[in-house]
Design a protein around this ligand. Structure first.
Ligand code: GAR
Length: 211
């Protein structure tokens, strides 16, 4: 499965996805890293791994639809079959979402449907939740919405601040995201509209994240 990763910044999730595809048995292959931010730190890492990188500044486009059309063209030019948002901080147009329907994952640093959007950890601490975590989900039109593929949980302690919580959750993202990507590459999961069918082996692979 030819995978494209979309990033906007540091790209630590991207790094973990790339690493997870380095195994010779991997059925997923990262063929492209795209960024809307030409200065995204993650682009350097991808390049050092010999992966094709493309960056197009969204500011040079009149509107979201024109930018997304260009992103879509880049993906198709590289024969990408599946995309993973990894800290890609742009909202997609409905048309783009429909083009990649069920072939497009996102990772979000909260237990969705709680705390969508920005400042997730601040919101979680202010709400006084006792558990936090991350979610990997299919991309749909609403921000951080879509069928949930996997979640991983950590506890929130009295001494946690935003930074500490972000670090704990990021570690979970790094473990969960590759597992979820490979479920698709290995055909262990089927998504219809909102219904997800996990094969036995998929359930086993997600077992580590059970509490
Ligand atoms: C990650 O925590 C990711 O979940 C979050 O941005 C961070 C990117 O870190 N994404 C979102 O908030 C999207 N709604 P990374 O660039 O080191 O992977």
């Amino acid at each position: 499965m030819r995978v494209g990763i979309l990033i906007s910044g540091f790209g630590s999730n991207m790094m973990k996805l790339i690493e997870s595809c380095e195994n010779k048995d991997s059925k997923a292959s990262i063929e492209l890293v795209f960024s809307n931010n030409p200065d995204a730190e993650g682009l350097k890492y991808a390049k050092s791994k010999g992966i094709k990188i493309v960056s197009i500044d969204h500011n040079s486009y009149e509107n979201r639809i024109e930018f997304d059309n260009q992103v879509n063209k880049v993906l198709l030019d590289h024969d990408i079959e599946f995309i993973c948002n990894a800290g890609f901080m742009r909202i997609h147009s409905d048309d783009f979402v429909n083009k990649w329907f069920n072939k497009h994952l996102n990772v979000h640093p909260s237990l969705l449907p709680s705390f969508k959007g920005l400042n997730t950890h601040k919101k979680a601490i202010e709400a006084g939740v006792k558990f936090a975590g991350c979610t990997v989900h299919m991309v749909r039109s609403g921000v951080d919405e879509g069928p949930i593929i996997g979640q991983a949980v950590t506890s929130v302690n009295q001494s946690d601040n935003e930074k500490l919580l972000a670090a704990k959750v990021l570690e979970l993202e790094h473990r969960l995201y590759p597992v979820c990507l490979h479920l698709f590459a290995e055909d262990l999961i089927k998504v219809n509209l909102d219904k997800i069918n996990y094969k036995e082996e998929a359930i086993k692979k997600l077992e580590d994240f059970k509490i």
